[in-house]
Ligand binder design. Structure first.
Ligand code: 16G
Length: 238
């Protein structure tokens, strides 16, 4: 494609994308100020800003207020075909997984939760909300529900590591299947504060329901993932 036919802001986007792809611009590198880019590429600052805004929206660049525009780290890509834990996912990428417990309580199942767990309304569940981090950076806020009858004492255990390891090692529970849905959402004030993103930015809302080999529901998890840090992929067979 001949770039000179493209609108100016798209031309600049293509140049910057190439620089990122061929490694001349690396994650963490700071871009020159808008004024310099506008001189260098002979376009107005508004056009430069338009190009940069689009690359920020695509997750290739990020802005730090008062500091400038930087090349973003590539998103963490998770294979949707595997029933893996956050800990395994991060470790397989050489990243340090983390979990900070924000809240844990015993709740009574509302109608929706009762249906998911095949419980009668009002039965008890353990609700655990944890902030998940990768290399100490907040990635997701996960709210997990577990049946109280089966895991009554789990809230007393150390939940700052892998929940799946805990289930396996302390309760001999192995998850065999899960159903997961992913949809777009907006960060609520609570999510934005904990995930260190502005309120209302697009996020990925994920629900996972996992069962053991006897098809007993073990966990129902509602998560909010940062869309600028995470993406999911699936391999399709023809
Ligand atoms: C993943 C799961 C979550 C599960 C957690 C266990 C998604 C969207 N969610 O984050 O359902 O509870 O792993 O991870 O993938 P852990 O064993 O590291 O605590």
């Amino acid at each position: 494609m001949n770039r000179s036919n493209l609108p100016l802001y798209l031309q600049l986007q293509e140049v910057l994308k190439d620089e990122i792809q061929n490694g001349h611009l690396k994650p963490g590198d700071q871009l020159p100020p808008e004024r310099e880019l506008s001189d260098q590429f002979q376009m107005s600052r508004m056009t430069v800003r338009q190009a940069l805004n689009q690359l920020v929206a695509e997750g290739l660049l990020h802005r730090i207020q008062g500091k400038g525009t930087f090349v973003a780290r590539p998103k963490i890509a998770q294979n949707l075909g595997l029933l893996s834990s956050f800990t395994e996912d991060m470790m397989s990428r050489g990243m340090k997984p983390g979990a900070r417990v924000i809240e844990k309580e015993i709740i009574h199942a509302d109608h929706k939760l009762a249906e998911i767990f095949s419980l009668t309304d009002d039965m008890r569940l353990i609700k655990i909300r944890r902030l998940r981090t990768a290399d100490d950076e907040p990635i997701a806020l996960e709210t997990t529900h577990l049946p109280y009858e089966r895991f009554a004492d789990i809230a007393k255990k150390d939940l700052s590591g892998s929940l799946y390891d805990l289930l396996r090692n302390e309760y001999q529970v192995v998850l065999s299947k899960a159903r997961q849905s992913i949809e777009a959402g907006e960060a609520t004030p609570l999510e934005a504060g904990l995930l260190k993103i502005p309120e209302k930015v697009p996020v990925l809302i994920i629900e996972r329901m996992s069962v053991d080999p006897q098809m007993q529901v073990i966990e129902y998890v509602n998560s909010c993932y940062r869309a600028d840090k995470y993406k999911f992929y699936v391999e399709l067979q023809g």
